[in-house]
Design a protein around this ligand. Sequence first.
Ligand code: FES
Length: 368
Amino acid sequence: MSTHDRAGSGPADEPGPLHGGPDDDYTPEQLAGMDREELNRLGARYDGVEVLHVDPPPAPGSALEKQASRQVAGAFGIAGLFGIAFFVVYAGSGWFLPSWQWASEDNGWSALYTPALGLTMGGALIFIGVGLVLFVKKLLPHETAVQDKHDGSHFDRTTTAATLMGGLDKTGFPRRKMIGRSLGFAGGAMGLMLIAPLGGLIKNPNKGNPLGTTEWAEGVRLVRDDGSPIRPGDQEPGSLETVFPAVPGGNRAADAATMLIRLRPEQMAVLEPREGQADFGYGDYVAYSKICTHAGCPVSLYEQETSRILCPCHQSQFDVTQGAKPVFGPASRSLPELPITLDDEGYFVARSDYIEAVGPTYWNRERI
Ligand code: FES
């Protein structure tokens, strides 16, 4: 019996009686000889697909199609522009745009940086979505079909591939160049937007040693939260005052908060500064970082009877008479001490920045 005598070996839309399964009805050669549309219809019929209703798309070249295409391409184009804007904000900050890093003074760009990233990324995603919705609603045929589920075979794979490719044809992408290009533009910009943050993984975050420096510097006054400077004698022995560097925004610099402590005579008698830091204090005053070296909480509970500063987070305790050495709890490093002296007007000033990083230990702290 020749292949053309086999059941179902006729034209795709007029198959013979279905028996023995589609692989018995059609040889690979016969399937290879059919075009995509024939395979698509044949596969649908064998798959038990029943098309209930079809709304055709706008006619190719019609005014309706052109208008819809422009709307879709416009949405993708705007998405692309938002994606490019995201990249410009992200990559340009600190390059040709102001640095986004918060630098303690009021900086308009620093405040705008994160919202700008969110708005541009959000805009790109929203307009990609708008473009896709418009494309599906206005340019694709709308078909209602039902199908029974069944197992796969070579026949299924071949006809399914034809169905998928036929679906791509129906999108009109090969013909609708404007939409294809705008989608490519939007996709490229989105890719750029997603890849750009990876740059942070190769950029050296320690450039300029941001974790190892604060706003303190030689001659910077120690001031209270209200900006008033402090002279020796302003505090009672045994008291503690939280001070900040007298620079713009200094009272909001999270790493610069410092405790200025006036020691009592009996504490002075047993004072053991850290090696090489004997002259960091001034008279009976010492100044230690307020940032806990365990996990960065503010250590502000000072118990003058025991000379201990307590961290409320995990109960680390530091002895102010021993260079703020940790004597209890999980902290393993002393609170850094700020070298202080007086300026010409008799107010406390820093002699330099802290000579070590303040706050928690981090893995490469000793190397930056
Ligand atoms: S943060 Fe201070 S003890 Fe944990």
